[in-house]
Design a binder for this molecule. Structure first.
Ligand code: ZN
Length: 301
């Protein structure tokens, strides 16, 4: 990261803020045979029993990346990009999270996409292509005043993992106990997935997972050893981690149809409660507040 001098003099306030950073989350895929040892079984029906408590198992203590402090978080679709059925699938996933938080924490809404008949649109081009996501912003000079925009990419950047179906990038400011989010971009790989002739992920399942990143959840496990993060390949891993929406890998059958994992299991729910339990966050009626200023004061990733 290097300091962007042009943005350095925005306000005095910003000079007191810790440096923001961009954090990337790839959603990886695998053909069933590609990863050995990482379970690819078909999850049973998830008759999602409701978990109302914060449940953060000892081996998952480092699986939360941050949180929004103002919500509902406004999310928008890049204008004219998503079909009706794609929009519907994405809204369904947002509703799954919203319904969960309403039931578990009494929060009226965590993600605000507008209405299903008139979902919020944003005309602002994908800021990640400019290479300075967090400082470029997604709200300047438009009518959209929100914090998150979804993009379909027909050309998936070479700097991204080639096996990623989608990518959530979010911008954070250091805070306790969790970093504070002020902006996020969610990109879908419509080059090597989704497109005609390519493998077809279940969009609702994919965006449910990406929304999990957007609200602050890391993967339920990773394919590496890291303190406070379970290793997906550990044979004694809690099976809930493997059926979670936040399990990092989605498989495909031989026809190219993607795995459906469109429910939040107890592990997703328990961890999410830790981020947004009523005592740890401050809901506000709208979120067009301070975070909109933050990108101007950020460093270049
Ligand atoms: Zn992911």
């Amino acid at each position: 990261m290097k300091l962007n001098d042009k943005l350095h003099s925005t306000t005095l306030r910003f000079t007191l803020l810790p440096s923001p950073s961009a954090i990337y989350h790839f959603l990886l895929i695998s053909i069933v045979t590609a990863l050995q040892g990482c379970a690819f079984f078909t999850p049973g029906p998830l008759t999602a029993s409701l978990e109302k408590n914060c449940v953060l198992p000892a081996d998952q203590t480092n699986t939360i990346s941050g949180r929004w402090t103002n919500y509902p978080v406004p999310i928008a679709f890049f204008s004219g990009s998503f079909s009706g059925s794609e929009t519907g699938a994405i809204i369904k996933a947002a509703d799954t999270w919203n319904s969960f938080f309403q039931s578990s924490q009494g929060l009226q809404m965590v993600m605000n996409y507008g209405t299903s008949s008139s979902p919020t649109q944003s005309p602002i081009a994908d800021p990640t292509t400019g290479g300075s996501t967090c400082s470029q912003g997604i709200t300047t000079g438009t009518s959209y005043k929100g914090n998150v925009v979804l993009y379909k990419l027909s050309r998936w950047p070479q700097t991204y993992s080639a096996t990623a179906i989608a990518l959530t990038t979010f911008c954070t400011l250091p805070a306790k106990p969790y970093s504070k989010f002020y902006m996020a971009v969610i990109e879908f790989n419509y080059q090597t997935f989704f497109a005609s002739g390519q493998r077809q992920p279940d969009l609702e399942s994919i965006i449910l997972h990406e929304f999990g990143h957007m609200i602050g959840l890391n993967h339920s496990c990773e394919n590496v050893d890291r303190a406070g993060v379970p290793n997906c390949n550990n044979s004694s891993i809690n099976p809930d981690y493997l059926t979670a929406s936040m399990f990092p890998v989605f498989s495909f059958d031989q026809t190219g149809a993607g795995e459906v994992r469109n429910q939040l299991n107890s592990n997703d729910q328990g961890r999410a409660n830790c981020i947004y339990q009523s005592s740890s966050a401050s809901p506000t009626p709208t979120s067009s507040l301070a975070p909109a200023q933050a990108p101007k004061s950020s460093l270049t990733p």
